[in-house]
Design a protein around this ligand. Structure first.
Ligand code: NAP
Length: 309
């Protein structure tokens, strides 16, 4: 068949009628990302470069799937000849209850960003936590275990994955902040055993805290790494999750979001003289880990990195 690569965005209706929707596409679409919004996702760019470099006859596409459509989308997926999919906003936590089997990376977090299909069964994994740790190492040349970390958006799928990874890595201190405070509090309770050992005197090692200026100012005095795991600031007109006046030059600021322009949080970091990095390295590392899950081999990470330039 003649090659016809696709940059189209597919929908639930296309999945329902897949043989028709993907009729002329070659190599066949056997991977993708489900999200809402999804148009901004650069996952197709890195995964298609990796597939080509490895000589795998498959394409990776975008699927615009709304929150209420996820269950049907996953039901259709079970009967299609797909290798797997990634899940992005807002599906990671909802998907956890809808898969057939969970790898430990997904079950401890209660969220899924990678699904592999096997015998019509959906097996869930989460590569965000490990992707985050690798990004912090590559961007700031430090290990998470040596850091005091504050996560804004700890109630979401990505915030959960990052918080769990920080706990597993034995980070020095972890502060969880979320719009819905109860979610941060519930997560802190689950992570408590990881912070129970004897510690030198100092601020409390694990805390959920309110999202207000006074509380944040007090916490940020004892924090090295600030992480934004909310979608706030993806659109440059949105407010920054943390204003420049609360940041200091010693802070490292990591925004999980990425986009064509600098996020409002990274502009705050610049203003405060702090070092900042956006979510592109995390996209790369979590994507490389997903590729290894799907194909059982190392991902061609340099090819994927080049595809982002
Ligand atoms: P999610 O599960 O929908 O979680 C969203 C989180 O953000 C929740 O904690 C939510 O708080 C909070 N939130 C949403 N809107 C908010 C607002 N207007 N004000 C304050 N808080 C708000 O989303 P997700 O999948 O975790 O993704 C979060 C972000 O990380 C997205 O920007 C995504 O693109 C990015 N991400 C990037 C990568 C990468 O590879 N670079 C990987 C994963 C995710 P409540 O609990 O109160 O609702």
């Amino acid at each position: 068949m003649k090659e016809k690569r696709t940059t189209e965005r597919y929908t639930l209706a296309d999945l329902e009628n897949w043989s028709e929707a993907a009729r002329d596409v070659y190599p066949p679409i056997r991977l993708g990302v489900f999200g809402d919004p999804v148009a901004h996702s650069l996952s197709p760019q890195i995964q298609n470069a990796a597939l080509r470099a490895c000589g795998i006859e498959a394409q990776y596409a975008r699927f615009h799937i709304r929150a209420h459509e996820l269950r049907s989308a996953l039901r259709f997926l079970r009967d299609l000849d797909f290798v797997g999919v990634n899940l992005t906003v807002p599906h990671k936590i909802a998907a956890f209850a809808q898969i057939d089997q969970a790898d430990e990376s997904a079950s401890r977090v209660g969220a899924v960003n990678t699904i592999r299909l096997r015998d019509k069964k959906l097996i869930g994994f989460d590569t965000d936590g490990e992707g985050f740790v690798r990004s912090i190492r590559s961007e700031f040349s430090v290990d998470v275990r040596d850091l005091r970390v504050l996560i804004v958006g700890a109630g979401g799928g990505t915030g959960h994955a990052i918080a769990w990874q920080c706990a597993l890595e034995n980070c020095e201190r972890l502060v969880l902040v979320n719009r819905t405070y109860e979610k941060a509090q519930a997560l802190a309770e689950r992570l408590r055993p990881y912070f129970a050992g004897p510690r030198v005197l100092g601020p409390v090692a694990l805390e959920a805290t309110a999202w207000d200026e006074t509380a944040l100012r007090a916490q940020l005095a004892d924090i090295d790494l600030v992480v934004n795991a909310t979608p706030l600031g993806m659109n440059p007109s949105e407010p920054t999750p943390i204003p420049a006046r609360l940041l200091a030059p010693h802070h490292m600021v990591f925004d999980c979001a990425y986009g064509p322009s600098k996020s409002s949080l990274l502009r705050s970091a610049d203003e405060a003289g702090a070092r900042g990095a956006n979510g592109l390295p995390m996209l790369l590392h979590q994507g490389a880990l997903s590729f290894s899950i799907w194909f059982g081999c190392e991902a061609p990470i340099e090819v994927m990195r080049a595809a982002l330039r």
